[in-house]
Design a protein around this ligand. Structure first.
Ligand code: ZN
Ligand code: ZN
Length: 386
């Protein structure tokens, strides 16, 4: 089957996509045309996609780097329909996970174990394909539709650069595997790869949305004994417990003390690892303030507003020897780390089922936007009917 060329290869494909035509307005389900892949690219039939917070951010954003009309979606799984020239890594029929981060395997950074920040196809919020600065999508009037995070999975077919594709075992349920395309990988990876949480350590997580819960899940897998969750919503403790959260601080309810004071007292001098998963400079300061002196590590995962600045006391930095670092895609190298996480799911170690609160059809995609905007879901998986 794999060696046989499908009749669509080399030709444009007409299919259904959910197009974001105006900021904050419901996506429009319409027929679009997807061009064949260029050199180093593959055209993918999306099996399912899930909604991530960055889709909401760029759906609402009115100004650059937001551009319209655009095909959002960046957490997905699919099957290769056809490939462009010079690709031997994937072929027609392979099951793949696209990722917004590239893993070219060839540049200095990809060859180093110390980084997942590819410098050949560096991460940026671009409206184009990563290698050629052009789009593979047009609407039926011939107007260009922009890409999103090099994935654009809210379409039955999309084109992705091979550096952004990870081939996976096709027997893994797609409605679970797709979660490793962005959110869950980012959180679990932040504990596992960026922080390198050790057995017996104490972790504090600011913000228990999907990313924060995935950080907890990663910390639980790494053997953390105390996982402190901080959130404005007290109902988050119950859900947090499923992912290993042992203690909870209701952020609006810590009385005259700041959350960092409460954590410093609870832990006798600060947590070993603090994770900021909201995207607020003030919370990064709080997290850094309750990280243990000498070896504490604060990891920033939240996406703040463009231009936001951090301010820290330079005495605090000098006297306390703490580490502050950011983490994109949890520090994971997609092609080698996603298969490891999928194996841990199949071995019943990593929990993925618990993240999926809703599943729906492609035509109901706007309901998924409502659910995530209203904070009523963790992950909503959307099945692409063909
Ligand atoms: Zn690279
Ligand atoms: Zn995402």
């Amino acid at each position: 089957m794999a060696s046989e060329k499908l009749p669509t290869a080399g030709n444009p494909i007409r299919c259904k996509a959910a197009v974001c035509r105006k900021p904050g307005e419901p996506l429009v389900l319409e027929e679009i045309v997807v061009a064949p892949p260029y050199r180093h690219e593959a055209r993918i039939r999306i099996i399912c996609t899930s909604l991530c917070q960055s889709d909401i951010t760029f759906w609402k954003l009115k100004d650059f780097p937001a551009v319209f009309p655009r095909i959002l979606g960046h957490e997905a799984i699919g099957v290769v329909e056809s490939v462009g020239e010079d690709i031997d890594e994937v072929k027609e029929g392979d099951t793949v996970i696209p990722t917004f981060m590239s893993d070219c395997g060839d540049c200095t950074d990809c060859r180093s174990k110390k980084s997942n920040l590819c410098s050949k196809l560096p991460f940026k919020v671009s409206p184009w394909m990563p290698r050629y600065e052009s789009s593979r999508f047009t609407d039926l009037n011939g107007e260009v539709l922009y890409h999103f995070l090099f994935v654009s999975s809210f379409s039955q077919y999309t084109v992705v650069d091979v550096a952004h594709l990870t081939k996976i075992d096709p027997s893994i349920p797609p409605n679970r595997a797709c979660l490793l395309s962005c959110g869950v990988s980012t959180g679990v990876g932040a504990s596992w790869r960026t922080a390198n949480v050790e057995t017996g350590s104490t972790v504090a997580i600011f913000g228990l949305g999907s990313i924060g819960l995935a950080v907890a899940e990663g910390a639980r897998l790494c053997g953390a004994t105390r996982i402190i969750g901080v959130d404005m919503n007290p109902n988050k403790f119950e859900i947090g417990k499923k992912f290993g959260v042992t203690d909870f601080i209701s952020a609006g309810d810590s009385g005259s003390k700041s959350v960092s004071q409460v954590i410093n007292e609870m832990t006798g001098g600060g947590a070993d690892y603090c994770f900021e998963c909201v995207g607020l400079a003030s919370l990064v300061r709080e997290a850094y303030s309750c990280c243990r002196k000498g070896w504490g590590k604060t990891i920033v995962l939240g996406v703040d507003k463009p231009g936001a600045q951090l301010s820290l006391s330079s005495f605090d930095v000098l006297h306390n020897g703490k580490i502050l670092t950011g983490s994109l895609f949890g520090g994971l190298k997609a092609k080698s780390d996603i298969p490891v996480l999928l194996k841990r799911y199949m071995d019943k170690e990593l929990q993925l089922d618990e993240f999926v609160t809703h599943e729906m059809k492609f035509e109901d995609i706007n309901k998924a936007f409502d659910l995530l905007t209203e904070g009523k879901c963790l992950r909503c998986v959307i099945w692409m009917d063909q």
